[in-house]
Design a protein around this ligand. Structure first.
Ligand code: SF4
Ligand code: SF4
Length: 370
């Protein structure tokens, strides 16, 4: 298979050259201007960060994209869909409030923010995908209605998919609430009775009342559990374990199929920033110490090649002492930083299924941009 082009630049700057200037040169070199945006609605799929999280990408990056799109005659808007779990982004009002608190407004981000799946996360459209796991993907209607999609991705670790990049941002992030239920529905966690200390933190974050206490230990009712994974990150003692490896694989595959549905028939372009690589996704209301140093910024028309390039670059980095990765690895650099950070994940499933679904190519050619 012919490798896809992935453009990259590092995070070095000097006094005359900010990271945002480099970001602009990167997307120019990667060909963003070749997309016909004239009088077309251009969705910039971002992540506004859960309240309390500080690892999400600042609105300054969005503004570079929004200004370019406007300069090309397009009508940009920033977007994301609401969450399944308890938090400050579970409906459009709270989501917009959180986006605003985290700095996303017309002045800072260069365009309006529109929540992709409506007030309560129910405004979606079923897009046929005919994948191995998903027949029709439930996509936020505002995102589906956009003429062009640009994903702006914070590359970091993820408790269910190993890492989160473009495919995850598109596939999971553009799903409506019932879409997210479908994506999560097979991956249901269990509590390790010996490890559980009965602190009830998992109960507090479960939006579906799926967890109860029995003899001072948490028990998950799989009949109620939607597999959102929130309790996994909330447990301070790592007592909540995600389901079997196969379930994690299936979540990765379903995300690929959703991403395929989102991008189908729509011009698209993708940019990722490998910085503040936190162990958990930006949906957490906190961000632990990054596991590796900041790496760089990458852009491509191929979201799969982009994710593979980011994953490969991240794997080559040294660990940050004291990080979750460092602790899990007992201070010895592991072969696989994602697996070591989240032992129950198997991130390779994303690439295997993405190639099968012809979402993109894992083969890439890196082109450095100064
Ligand atoms: S039990 Fe955990 S995974 Fe299941 S719905 Fe509740 S928080 Fe989500
Ligand atoms: S958060 Fe963890 S330790 Fe606390 S009750 Fe839940 S499973 Fe047990």
């Amino acid at each position: 298979m012919r490798p896809s082009k992935v453009y990259c630049t590092d995070m070095h700057t000097d006094m005359q050259d900010s990271l945002l200037d480099k970001f602009g040169r990167l997307v120019d070199a990667a060909g963003i201007c070749n997309i016909d945006m004239d009088r077309r609605f251009v969705a910039i799929k971002a992540h506004f960060g859960e309240l309390g999280n500080l690892a999400f990408l600042r609105p300054n990056y969005s503004k570079v994209l929004a200004d370019k799109i406007s300069g090309l005659g397009g009508i940009p808007f920033l977007t994301d869909c609401s969450t399944l779990y308890v938090g400050k982004r579970k409906n459009a009002v709270e989501h917009l409030n959180t986006a605003s608190i985290n700095g996303f407004n017309v002045i800072s981000a260069g365009c309006q923010v529109i929540i992709g799946d409506g007030l309560k996360g129910t405004n979606d459209i079923e897009v046929p995908v005919n994948g191995d796991y998903v027949r029709t993907a439930k996509i936020g209607r505002e995102i589906h209605d956009a003429d062009v999609l640009i994903s702006l991705n914070h590359f970091k670790c993820h408790e269910m998919t190993g890492f989160g990049g473009a495919v995850k941002n598109i596939g999971m992030g553009c799903a409506s609430k019932r879409g997210k239920m479908e994506l999560h529905s097979s991956g249901k966690p269990n509590v390790d009775e010996d490890t559980c200390r009965g602190c009830r933190k998992c109960i507090e974050v479960c939006a579906h009342s799926a967890i109860s206490m029995e003899k001072s230990k948490s028990v998950i009712d799989h009949g109620k559990c939607t597999g959102c994974g929130r309790c996994i990150g909330a447990c301070p003692f790592d007592a909540v374990m995600a389901g079997m490896d196969e379930a994690m694989d299936i979540i990765c595959c379903k995300i690929v199929e959703y991403a395929k549905a989102v991008l189908s028939g729509k011009p698209n372009f993708h940019v990722s920033v490998i910085a503040d690589v936190s162990p958990f996704c930006d949906c957490h209301g906190e961000n632990d110490l990054p596991i590796i140093p900041n790496v760089g910024m990458l852009a491509s028309f191929d979201p799969v090649a982009l994710d593979k390039a980011c994953a490969d670059l991240a794997q080559k980095q040294p660990m940050i002492a004291g990080s979750r990765l460092y602790i899990n690895a007992n201070g010895v650099k592991p072969d696989d930083i994602f697996k070591c950070t989240h032992p129950n994940t198997r991130w390779q499933a994303t690439f295997e299924h993405a190639e099968k679904m012809k979402l993109g190519s894992s083969a890439y050619r890196l082109i450095e941009v100064g």
